[in-house]
Write a protein that binds this ligand. Sequence first.
Ligand code: FE2
Length: 389
Amino acid sequence: MAFKELYQPVHTIIGEGCINEIPRHISAFGGSKALVVTDPGLEKIGTLKMVTDVLDGASIPYTVYSKVKPNPTVSIVNEAKAQYDREGCDFVIGVGGGSPIDVAKGVSILVTNGGTVEDYNGLELSEKKGQPLIAVNTTAGTGSEVTRAFVITDEVRRSKMLCVDSNSLAYLAINDPAMMVDMPPSLTAATGMDALTHSIEAYVAKSRCPFTDGIALESIRLIGQYLVRAVENGHDMEARTQMCWAQYMGGLAFSNAGLGMVHAIAHQLGGFYDTPHGVANAIMLPYVMRFNMTHCADRYADVAQAFGFNTAELTTDQAALAAILYIEEMEKRIKIPKLSDTAFNPDDALALAKNAMTDTGMPENPRQPSIEEVVKVMITAYCDKGDQE
Ligand SMILES: [Fe+2]
């Protein structure tokens, strides 16, 4: 292809306190009543209140839908959309990590295009721009606030639908690190590893370009430097701020370059067992990198450099391996579980692999696996119990 099309939100604000800029943007597009989509946990710990306080302060009417669960389903999107219609809303605010923002994107698309979420399972299947969406990110991160993708679980087929649709891009993306300080360490770890997986998969994806290469590498550098700090001290504002930038760049990178085999498998682990997305990615990342080594060791060597290794005296393979070992060490420090600690059942491996082969991330993987090779990668991860200390 001789040209490359890039996607990003219309507006983005990053930095401490930027949440207070939301009313200015609502005035700009003339919104009158918001459907605020979030999850019960964020409502309970007061993160949602940070947003509704800003809306209250500007006398902007809203109604809250707070029943989003991890790996959100078609029925959750339908329920939120019904509330939007019932309450006479005309724009959507998603407050959360990936799940509430994904649901908000689904509502935004359904309002202007009609039909059901299943109609948009695939690439660019809607015709009209969605209703204005403000995506307030509370994790760092899924990148959902910057991407044109939303993932909804088909609860009947127990599989994940990946809707990739530029009509779902946010009007305004908000990354305020002050909203992330109360994120528990385990969630900081899982979402940070999701961001790292976005950047690494984008950096080796077949549709990569110089723009995505640049932001992916800087994202990897920042995550290598700041993720452990953010996990160990959630109130470290420098670490939280730098992770905001890292996850934003990772989101932009994968949204414009594509993903790979890690996400192709992680989507199935989420669909089958409700394994949290970031945990599933973190678990699979080193094993898929080992599998991919024969096809992109030079790119993984760049990842090692981004982590701070001096690779001048190393062969390409040694440098690539250094990147993988660094990730494994980091995962130990931030207490990422092994696949055998999750609900994964090796008897399901073949069914999971078959689904993974049809995932939209798989064609972007630098090495195209057979079904048997996908099974082997999963079983290798399952049999690795880590150091028995
Ligand atoms: Fe992801």
